[in-house]
Design a protein around this ligand. Structure first.
Ligand SMILES: Nc1ncnc2c1ncn2[C@@H]1O[C@H](COP(=O)(O)O)[C@@H](OP(=O)(O)O)[C@H]1O
Ligand SMILES: [Mg+2]
Ligand SMILES: [Mg+2]
Ligand SMILES: [Mg+2]
Length: 342
């Protein structure tokens, strides 16, 4: 009841009600948007799970790579030419491995960005990860680490060293998976289909490979590409002298393992890995994550960190080291310009 002598103006009441409604709307929409944000936040992934899934994907892809090679049914084609004019090969091994690896990851985590070197128009595979985490991972990494799904980019190379695969040079061939969080490489998996060995690491978590006891910084053995070399020889000789031992080898994954203590196969023991031509992020991300987990580095030839989000291109070359002062090595290199590539 209105107090005696006070008359309520209908206009005043209407304005009052409108203000009230406005206030309610403001409060409610705020609460709604924070609830939506909280819901989005709930789409998370555990990096230890992603490591185990990446290992499983690399192994399953590897079975296809091995089977196609054993059956000798490569159906070799060319995807075109690299910038430098080399034929970019594609085989049934690359495609079958892509299908296994890509869909295993994508079906398990539909919300994460997965970038594979290969593409395919078929309906894909109805596989999903059985959530088995290997004991060797559980024992080295007792706890998981959860990150927002939207911060993750997965890079897949279903068959690294396709050129060597076509030449039946099996030791160079790997399948690789890498997980980047906000562009930084944190999970790296390099699997060797013909020996069954899988090198893995989680940055800040653990790894099943280690650096060797020592490396030669002053007279290093440098491992380089055998089929996309460009002007790498002159580049290395300018830095370390004309007598520097240069080891040509296939595969970016293989060349990273040649810096470590892997013993599943015969590796030329290199002190650093240098690449001067154009290369893609699926070739180098897994090796970068593994080296980083071991206190090493994989950067451009100017020593810049590589951002593993966005475009797949890495035009700045590669310098990979472990167990030595990476910045000091960068200083020894000649000024790097893209014309060094050809
Ligand atoms: N100049 C270039 N352009 C495009 N890809 C290149 C390249 N140099 C190297 N790569 C790729 O990097 C990987 C390692 O190369 P290399 O054995 O010459 O060191 C290979 O991956 P794939 O075999 O997965 O295509 C190769 O195709
Ligand atoms: Mg290729
Ligand atoms: Mg590759
Ligand atoms: Mg490949």
């Amino acid at each position: 009841m209105a107090p005696m002598g006070i008359r309520l103006s209908p206009l005043g009441v209407a304005v009052f009600c409108l203000l009230g409604l406005g206030l309610l709307y403001h409060l409610y929409s705020g609460a709604l948007s924070s609830r939506l944000a909280a819901f989005r936040q709930r789409k998370t992934v555990d990096l230890r799970d992603l490591l185990a899934l990446s290992m499983e994907a690399a192994v399953q892809g590897g079975w296809e790579v091995k089977r196609i090679r054993m059956e000798d049914t490569l159906e070799e084609k060319s995807k075109g030419k690299t910038k430098e004019g080399a034929s970019e090969k594609l085989t049934k091994g690359d495609l079958n491995s892509h299908r296994k690896m890509y869909y295993l990851i994508k079906n398990t985590y539909p919300h994460i960005q997965v970038n594979s070197e290969e593409h395919e128009d078929s309906d894909g595979e109805a596989t999903v990860w059985m959530r088995n985490i290997p004991d060797e991972v559980l024992s080295k990494i007792p706890e998981g680490k959860v990150v927002p799904a939207e911060s993750v980019t997965v890079w897949i190379d279903p068959l690294d060293a396709t050129q060597e695969y076509t030449e039946n040079l099996r030791k160079y061939v790997t399948t690789m998976v890498c997980v980047a969080v906000n562009g930084e490489p944190v999970v790296g998996v390099i699997h060797k289909p013909f020996t069954g060995f899988t090198a893995w690491a989680l940055v800040g978590g653990g790894a099943n490979v280690a650096p060797r006891d020592s490396y030669n910084v002053n007279a290093p053995k440098v491992i380089v590409s055998r089929s996309h070399a460009g002007k790498v020889k002159g580049f290395i000789q300018q830095a370390f002298g004309n007598n520097t031992e240069i080891i040509p080898a296939g595969g970016a994954g293989y060349k990273v393992l040649a810096l470590l203590d892997a013993s599943d196969d015969e590796y030329e023991k290199a002190d650093m890995y240098v690449h001067v031509t154009f290369i893609k992020k699926w070739d180098i991300c897994a090796g970068n994550a593994i080296l980083k987990a071991l206190g090493g580095d994989l950067t451009t030839l100017k020593g810049e960190e590589i951002d593993y989000s966005g475009s797949e291109k890495n035009p700045g070359g590669v310098l990979a080291t472990v167990g030595m002062d990476h910045a000091a090595v960068v200083k020894k290199l000649p000024a790097w310009e893209s014309e060094n590539q050809n």
